[in-house]
Ligand binder design. Structure first.
Ligand SMILES: *[C@@H]1O[C@H](CO)[C@@H](O)[C@H](O)[C@H]1NC(C)=O
Ligand SMILES: *[C@@H]1O[C@H](CO)[C@@H](O)[C@H](O)[C@H]1NC(C)=O
Ligand SMILES: *[C@@H]1O[C@H](CO)[C@@H](O)[C@H](O)[C@H]1NC(C)=O
Ligand SMILES: *[C@@H]1O[C@H](CO)[C@@H](O)[C@H](O)[C@H]1NC(C)=O
Ligand SMILES: *[C@@H]1O[C@H](CO)[C@@H](O)[C@H](O)[C@H]1NC(C)=O
Length: 198
């Protein structure tokens, strides 16, 4: 039995050595080193390109970046797998819109803090694609229009702060029914003043 086992073992080792030497000496050995820009970095760069005066604020958001990853960029925090889990660009004088940000490219986003900026336009429906969001602070911007129905898809969200914007129909909006799925919500009740339910 023992010798049978060691024969199998040495066979496996030889096979492994053979596979390794083939892959290292082969013509295609360098292919795995090919630089690939991650979806996440690409999505963030596209958004940056749509913002005004973004170069001064987001100078670090540029290429080349190690492993095609945005993890070292200003305001970006990644999880252990190197995926973006947090974006914090609070109080960064950002002018622009949220629509050009591809939330579907950021499926691991857990915290998004874009408070105290000058972001305008709608809260895009696509925000529902970041299904793991727990914390969303868009307060003190110039966002307008209706709240997207896709907010109902953010089933894990516990803090939603959309106060101090000029969004429509917040009072009594069932999307903001905190008993349903959100534990903490701040909205604007009158003009720019804000009101939190906790
Ligand atoms: C991120 O920055 C730190 C220090 O600035 C550096 O040591 C590290 O290698 C960088 N990582 C990547 C992935 O660029
Ligand atoms: C974002 O950064 C600001 C300033 O550094 C900080 O006060 C705030 O707590 C951060 N937000 C989150 C969600 O961590
Ligand atoms: C925003 O940043 C400015 C300076 O950059 C600072 O004076 C102000 O206190 C900050 N506001 C908040 C709410 O952190
Ligand atoms: C919600 O946002 C407003 C405006 O930025 C801020 O004053 C308030 O403290 C925030 N509420 C919470 C609970 O974070
Ligand atoms: C919620 O997510 C489901 C599944 O991804 C999708 O089919 C649906 O359109 C989303 N709802 C809204 C209102 O975006």
């Amino acid at each position: 039995m023992a010798s049978e086992r060691s024969t199998i073992f040495s066979l496996l080792i030889s096979l492994l050595v053979l596979m390794l030497s083939t892959s290292f000496s082969g013509k295609c050995g360098a292919a795995s080193m090919k630089y690939e820009l991650q979806d996440e970095a690409e999505a963030l760069l596209k958004w940056k390109g749509s913002l005004l005066q973004s170069e001064a604020l987001l100078h670090s958001w540029s290429l080349p970046t190690a492993n095609g990853s945005p993890c070292n960029w200003t305001g970006i925090t990644c999880n252990d797998d190197g995926k973006v889990k947090e974006i914090n660009l609070s109080n960064c004088s950002m002018h622009g819109k949220l629509d050009p940000l591809s939330f579907s490219s950021l499926p691991n986003l857990v915290r998004l803090d874009l408070s105290i900026n000058a972001l305008s336009g709608n809260i895009p429906s696509q925000i529902g694609a970041s299904a793991y969001l727990i914390f969303l602070d868009l307060s003190m911007n110039e966002l307008s229009g209706a709240l997207p129905l896709s907010l109902t898809n953010l089933t894990r969200i516990s803090v939603l702060n959309i106060s101090d914007n000029t969004l429509d129909n917040q009072e009594g909006n069932p999307l903001l029914d905190t008993h349903d799925y959100m534990t903490k919500v701040c909205t604007s009740t009158l003009g720019y003043s804000h009101y939190c339910n906790w």
